[in-house]
Design a protein around this ligand. Structure first.
Ligand code: NAD
Length: 451
């Protein structure tokens, strides 16, 4: 069993290495196609095809046993024409420059789409954090911050959590930033996604999943759907997927499939998401925990009542109303897009649908609520956190959630209306809104000459 699962993991990793380039290619292709159709200026498109700065650092980490291992780190600053650079940092073995470049570009679009005064950036270290001790993880985080030096800062570039990074890592990062820049007036604003006790914001941990839920709810309501008649399958049960699923279940949707990298679980009556979040914290992976909860039990049906294991391909082709992608990139590809049976796809992960898959889904009439809209709740609340830090304020959870709701609702309706008006997909409408704002800012700042 052990050998099989580790082989599967190695296979997944090598598949992703092969396809990392495609997230960047998807961005470039979509940018060029949309720019052509909407009449974006060529000079603006050319600026947006490249990051304004890409930094690669080498991190010699002293391991607990006294040996030294070298890890590669990246920070890509795509575009700051609309404000301070903003974007997550991830720790994952598949991190490479192309992937980070693509994700940084998506941040530029996302912040422009929801009209935040931010630009787009992304960072990461190519490392499997599960293989590091806590002390090694802390040393690696501090080393990364040291190496980035003045490249980041409260008024230049503000990182946040992403895959495999969390509020504890942000706390170490802020502490290191403050140690290096002792004279900085706003060291707490150098990172967002911090713990509440270290100037974090109410509602930040839930923000991406909750924001995605608000977008979906508004979308379904525009289609006259009653939430309690909607079934959902969610790929990924980490920070984003679990918070989305919780909101969906609390609103009366039937969350019938949940999955993480250990496998998926179906419960046709709808999962008790709140309880699963609690039990996952204690017992690890979903499938093992929910379907085989007792030692030695190896057959489905003996676990939680009504729960059966499902494979990733069964999840992606499930007969549900909404398929939610909340794990990693490149999950719906040209190889499985024809099998998707959901009526709507919600992209909470960045780049989970490849370019060809997107075309297939469009041809088949399956709308995709795109990542730059659906997962922008995280950066919205990061913006609130940064604003509170700069103003030395603390907003209540209600204040944060009200503002988040307003931003997400406005963004969904703007994208939806533009898509209807110009007869384009939701992704194209989102790109058009963001690109128009970026073009206007570039002209006003003189990055490109006036027409
Ligand atoms: P996370 O590390 O907390 O969770 C990722 C989840 O995906 C885990 O449950 C993991 O087991 C699962 N997973 C990984 N590979 C899988 C696979 N092949 N099949 C099924 N499940 C798999 O990460 P997160 O913060 O929840 O981020 C998820 C996605 O959302 C990423 O693409 C990230 O870039 C994006 N995102 C996150 C935020 C944020 O605020 N955290 C904001 C915007 C976008």
């Amino acid at each position: 069993m052990e050998a099989v699962s580790s082989r599967t993991k190695i296979q997944e990793v090598s598949d992703r290495v092969d396809t990392n380039a495609s997230v960047l290619e998807s961005y470039l292709h979509t940018l060029r196609a949309v720019a052509g159709r909407m009449g974006l200026r060529d000079d603006v498109r050319l600026v947006l095809e490249r990051p304004q700065r890409a930094v690669q650092v080498s991190l010699p980490l002293e391991m607990d046993d006294g040996t030294v291992q070298i890890f590669e780190g990246f920070r890509v600053q795509h575009n700051s024409v609309r404000g301070v650079l903003k974007g997550g940092m991830r720790f994952h073995p598949c991190v490479d420059k192309q992937e980070i470049e693509a994700l940084a570009a998506l941040m530029t679009l996302k912040t422009a789409l929801i009209n935040l005064p931010f630009g787009g950036a992304k960072g990461g270290v190519a490392v499997d954090p599960t293989k590091l001790s806590d002390r090694e993880l802390q040393r690696l985080t501090r080393l990364f911050v040291q190496r980035l030096g003045d490249v980041i800062g409260p008024f230049t570039d503000v990182p946040a959590p992403d895959v495999n990074t969390n509020e504890r890592i942000m706390a170490w990062a802020v502490d290191e930033y403050h140690r290096i820049h002792a004279a900085c007036h706003h060291p707490e604003a150098s990172f967002t996604g911090k713990p509440l006790a270290m100037y974090g914001s109410e509602g930040r941990a839930e923000a991406t999943g909750k924001g995605g839920f608000i977008v979906l709810k508004e979308y379904l309501e525009r289609h006259g759907k009653k939430l309690n008649e909607v079934t959902v399958a969610v790929q990924g049960f980490g920070n984003v997927g679990s918070q989305f699923a919780l909101c969906a279940a609390e609103a009366g949707m039937r969350v019938v499939i949940l999955s993480d990298e250990g496998g998926g679980v179906m419960n046709i009556s709808g999962h008790d998401v709140k309880r699963l979040i609690e039990s996952q914290k204690q017992d690890g992976h979903l499938e093992k925990n929910v379907c085989y909860p007792r030692f030695g039990v190896t057959e489905a049906g003996e676990g939680e009542r009504g729960c059966v294991p499902v494979s990733n391909s069964e999840l992606l082709s499930a007969d549900v109303d909404v398929l939610v992608l909340a794990a990693i990139e490149n999950q719906i590809t040209e190889h499985n897009a024809d099998a998707v049976r959901a009526h709507v796809v919600l992209e909470l992960a960045n780049g989970p649908t490849t370019l060809m898959a997107d075309e297939i889904l469009t041809r088949r009439g399956i709308p995709v609520i795109p990542d730059i809209l659906a997962n922008s709740g995280g950066v919205a609340v990061s913006y609130f956190e940064w604003t509170q830090n700069i103003q030395k304020q603390h907003w209540t959870a209600d204040e944060v959630n009200d503002r988040l709701g307003n931003i997400m609702r406005d963004a969904l309706h703007a994208v939806y209306d533009r898509a209807q008006k110009e007869n384009v997909t939701l992704r194209e409408a989102g790109y058009r809104i963001a690109l128009s704002r970026l073009e206007e800012a570039m002209v006003l700042r003189g990055v490109v000459p006036p027409k």
